[in-house]
Design a protein around this ligand. Structure first.
Ligand SMILES: [Zn+2]
Length: 223
């Protein structure tokens, strides 16, 4: 994604067979995908939409989610506080954590990419200069995402990465910051990672060397 390979290559139908929880982005990197049973797409200045099985995604991180534990949470004041909570439940920094939080949110800072991308696509750092950031206050909804060990930066996003969709399925996107009033947190630890690469010619021919990988992922993901 960082170098601008935004053409969809994985159909939503395949993504949904691989998992029932996750996140990703849409063809052309024009939206943020939320997988919560079904795949939803959040785009700038549009209501969230359910994706069609034939829609294709350039990237998704998904899991079969059967929670190891579910617990009530309240007054989680930041992304860092949520990360600490997840790691204290996991009791390790070396496995992947999938999580889902349904509840009431005091505030959310949400990012969606611009709708303008046409080929040749600009690199992600350039494209996201025109991202839309908006604030939601006192909303009900669902967060889905992952915490990944730092060794997997580049394969995925290291640390915590999650997307939001409100309970009416109208607004959503990539979450930059949160304050959770109260909710139900479900989590699962994963000790296995299956990686499906694209076999499209564009991907096969691409030069994937990328000098500022860590810094640019942190920048584009708002970490
Ligand atoms: Zn994201």
């Amino acid at each position: 994604l960082l170098i601008g390979l935004y053409d969809g290559c994985f159909p939503v139908s395949q993504v949904c067979e691989s998992g029932n929880l996750g996140l990703g982005c849409s063809h052309g990197l024009d939206g943020e995908m939320i997988l919560d049973g079904d795949c939803y797409i959040a785009r700038a200045n549009q209501h969230v939409k359910k994706m069609a099985p034939s829609d294709k995604l350039p990237f998704a991180q998904v899991a079969q989610f059967q929670p190891d534990g579910t617990l009530p949470i309240a007054s989680v004041k930041s992304k860092e506080a949520l990360e600490e909570k997840l790691l204290s439940l996991a009791q390790t920094n070396n496995l992947f954590i999938g999580f889902r939080i349904e509840g009431a949110f005091k505030s959310l800072s949400i990012r969606v990419p611009p709708m303008t991308a046409k080929k040749p696509y600009p690199p992600m750092v350039e494209l996201l200069k025109n991202q839309t950031i908006y604030q939601l206050n006192d909303v009900q909804g669902t967060l889905v995402g992952f915490w990944s060990p730092k060794q997997y930066q580049g394969t995925t996003v290291a640390g915590i990465h999650f997307h939001f969709v409100d309970s009416e399925r109208i607004q959503g996107g990539h979450v930059l910051e949160i304050q959770i009033e109260r909710g139900k947190l479900a989590y699962q630890l994963y000790d296995r990672l299956e990686l499906q690469l694209s076999v499209d010619q564009e991907f096969l021919d691409a030069d994937l060397d990328y000098g500022n990988l860590d810094a640019h992922i942190k920048h584009t993901e708002g970490q």
